[in-house]
Design a protein around this ligand. Structure first.
Ligand code: BV8
Length: 236
């Protein structure tokens, strides 16, 4: 079976076997750290050093992490799709750079919740590549404002990135695949409904059923490093 326009959504589950934590599993990040203090603009305003420490540790950890067979299979799927002349868009909620490390084309990746590997100035909005720690002692290299540098990450209450591009791709896709996400965070959790209502075949590849499982035409449960390559082999 070939598809003309494919949209893939990934979440923390695809990076779990690369050693990066998920959020809502039994020992997930939000079970250990207070979401309100770490993933909201209000939390950052209250205690920026605490938030910088949290994201600096995750930036260092994800820089050392390696992609697994799940990430690599998606890069294979993208290459197979480009041979048929079809379109491919990889929308990730993940802020790690593992899809790029696996060989996915950055031009076809949307980091809708931002990227640990970039900084943003809270004063002028400038975004730049950033591999080291961030802190309140830094001055923006563009507008010279001190103390306003933040992770280029979308927090709760903030608008995810490139939503127009995502919605345009969902409107024309004939295949939507959701991988490693609990389906608890919007607007990402609503993408399956949008794709399905516009006629796409919808597939879920996840360790366990997500909150939106009933909305998928097809579901394969298991670890991403197994179910993703298996599914890609069967469908390319
Ligand atoms: C917005 C920062 C407005 C980056 C994150 C009620 C209804 C609708 C919306 C809302 C509502 N109440 C509040 C909202 C808005 C809110 C929201 O959805 N809240 C939830 C909690 C109800 N959303 C927002 O605020 C968003 N902004 O709505 O703006 C707007 C929107 C559109 C247009 C205009 C205006 C902003 C949300 C972004 C928040 N940022 N993090 C970071 O620190 O990483 S959230 C965080 O959750 C991460 O980004 C993460 O990617 C995301 C989703 O989590 P998952 O990736 O799914 O991870 P999770 O642990 O939950 O699940 C892991 C899954 O993997 C599990 O299913 C597990 O079974 C599976 N798994 C585990 N191991 C494996 C595996 N699968 C395969 N293999 C394995 N080995």
């Amino acid at each position: 079976m070939t598809y003309q326009n494919i949209v893939v959504l990934t979440g923390a589950g695809i990076s779990a076997e690369s050693g990066l934590g998920t959020f809502r599993d039994k020992d997930g990040i939000w079970t250990k750290y207070p979401l309100e203090d770490l993933a909201t603009p209000e939390g950052f305003a209250r205690n920026p050093d605490f938030v910088h420490e949290f994201y600096n540790a995750r930036r260092a950890q994800s820089a050392k992490a390696e992609p697994n067979a799940g990430h690599i299979a998606l890069a294979d799927l993208e290459r197979a799709q480009s041979k048929t002349g079809g379109s491919f868009l990889l929308v990730t909620q993940n802020v790690d750079g593992l899809h790029e490390k696996a060989g996915s084309n950055p031009a076809n990746i949307v980091h809708m919740h931002g990227e640990l590997g970039k900084s943003r100035c809270g004063a002028c909005g400038d975004v730049m590549a950033w591999t080291g720690p961030l802190s309140t002692n830094l001055t923006c290299q563009i507008c010279d404002t001190k103390g306003q540098m933040r992770p280029h990450v979308v927090w709760f209450g903030e608008i995810p990135l490139e939503m127009d591009r995502i919605e345009q791709a969902l409107a024309k896709c004939d295949l939507f695949v959701s991988i490693g996400t609990s389906g608890d965070v919007y607007p990402a959790a609503g993408f399956v409904q949008m794709a399905r209502s516009l006629g796409a075949w919808t597939v879920e590849l996840n360790l366990e059923p997500s909150s939106g499982s009933a909305l998928f035409n097809e579901s394969h449960l298991g670890p991403a490093s197994k179910v993703v390559p298996d599914w890609v082999r069967l469908n390319t």
